[in-house]
Ligand binder design. Sequence first.
Ligand SMILES: Cc1ncc(COP(=O)(O)O)c(C=O)c1O
Length: 426
Amino acid sequence: MAPTRRDFVRQVTGGIIGTWALTAIPETSLARYIIANDQSVAGDDETFWQVVRDQFPLTHDRVYLNNGSLGPSPYVVLEAVKKAMTDIDISGEYGGWEAARPRLAKFVNVDESEISLTHNVTEGINVVASGLPLKRGDEVILTTHEHAGNALPWLNRARRDGIVIKTLKPAMTATENLNRLDDLITRRTRAIAIPHINCTVGQVFPGKEISRLGHDKGLFVFLDGAHGPGMLNLDLRDTNPDFYATCCHKWMCGPKGTGFLFVRKDMIGICDPVWVGGGMSTGWDMTTEPPRLEPLDPTAHRYDFGTQNASIYIGLGAAIDFIYHVGMDNIIRRAKGLAGYLQSELLKLGDKVEMLTPTEEQSRGFVTSFRLKNMAFDKFNEYISGKGFRIRVVPESHLNCIRISTHLYNNYDEVNRFLDEVRKVA
Ligand SMILES: Cc1ncc(COP(=O)(O)O)c(C=O)c1O
């Protein structure tokens, strides 16, 4: 008889590590659940974090410091995807992706009716940039530090409809950024559309205060949240933007090609769906005269449609479980601790390093960006790749800097080895 899920959970194959249980599901699986039992784990508890690292197939042949681009998944996610994919092809049954909506809603503390399923961040951004009621001359505020995924949909709206894009040049503190944002708002401003955390230097913008400022001035507030979930203890009800677009394939370490768009309830009737299809209308009928489209689905489901790959959204559930099992606060302690250590060691190199990521606690996360006085960013990339490190450089916005991401599977030894290389060339 096939073992039941309960049997799997009972199998404690790795024994007890401190107060944390390590269980397998199932026996043949490479995946292990690490149950932190809601315990607080120190950011430098190497025994625990080594067990976490062991849950990732990520190669040991090089040091991966590029989670800001792509978050490798643990075995438990990969196996969930593979199993779901196989099950679907065994049964031939349609559907199953809807299961992700309530899971995501709970993860970021909103209602499931406010979640639209997307495949990446850019898709969600396009829904908002093309669907907001904006007209020629209306101003939208972005920053000079955009990823193409946020810049292009708004620039395209400008090209098509004549909206005007204004840019905020990020300062190093949250307060100064709020002041600069306030200064940019004019009578013609209609929306703020900036990153919650930028891709260039990993700066965390004060989302809640930006939402408040925007709403006080009667503006739409959209946050590009590519780096939010999995890096922050994200509570979108509290942050309160009107829209938040993100993906699950970065810091959530979920399946690639999963994402979601949060649309606050009262915005669902305001943001017009531009691309439409099966599932987003509850009443379309081609036999009436004239044929009709409406009513549209009353939830944020009106922004997604058509057949989806259920297996990746099912795998996403496993990624959310994995985060819960390790504990979001624990992950923050570890990954932000690594980033903070890296930053403080780099700062010790004085004027040989130009630090671009803010040092202010609330404005930094798991990403550290800097320039070297002695070596151009692209030369450094060549050098460090040769030493077995995968990093990202940032040519965007002519920043020409080096970007290092640290996440839950990285460790202090890797950061120290990276620092040794930096010291050699600096
Ligand atoms: C800030 C930011 N916005 C948007 C994107 C685009 O994300 P995606 O490729 O998932 O659409 C990225 C990707 O790195 C990003 O960092």
